[in-house]
Design a protein around this ligand. Sequence first.
Ligand code: PGA
Length: 261
Amino acid sequence: MRRKIVVGNWKMNKTFPEAEDLLDELAERLKEEQDDQDVEVIVCPPFLYAEMAHDLCTDEDDESQVYYSVGVQDVSEHAQGAYTGEVSAAMLSSMGVEYCIVGHSERRKYFGESDAQVSRKVEQLLQNEITPIVCCGENAEERESGMQFDVIGRQLKEGLFGLKPLDFSRLVIAYEPVWAIGTGKTATPGQAQEVHAWIRNLVQEQYGKEIARVLPILYGGSCNARTARDLFAQPDIDGGLIGGASLNADDFIAIVNSFEK
Ligand code: PGA
């Protein structure tokens, strides 16, 4: 059995009080549902709210009761020093952050993030015991011209395949077709499954059967309470990276509950 994971990527949304309300509500709801829950829930708010997210993720009286894990949406590729505005993996780790999204298509598109930078960020995270959630995916034009596997193959090889097997085995991968992100145009379960199986096969060729077998591969791109069930029922889809629908507790919890029992 592979891990089942649902990640909320809040992107650049929510003021401080709004974030506090949502985190409170998520903790409350996940507490109620905890008994029949074998899903790992990871919440990735903006950096500023990571500490609050960490404070609210456990039971007040019993800190061993954790309702969700805390992640963030980016990290510096540098370890420390004169990099104004950056946030290091060591800082995040010292605040209890356990996961970090890397190589999201919005970072690649708007901030020019390259595969080489993805690779350096992943290294920083692994050195600081933070699990990278590494995104890959093709845009509309690339899919229309049948280039999706070339693009994803390049992103994975250049971003990740320099890792030693033990390090690679600590990753989570997210397939996010760019044409599906924030567009309301979810990939069909068949389209997503095809790419997930292809990724798992590529990982198997590089790292062997066992690492490929247990690697969690999440789907992202307009995944919502309506589409999650069929997506998560696919054999190679192990959960979701959720943007818009993670900003509302009802929608997000419905997605968390969308795995087959
Ligand atoms: P979306 O975003 O669910 O709003 O499409 C997903 C993501 O970008 O991670």
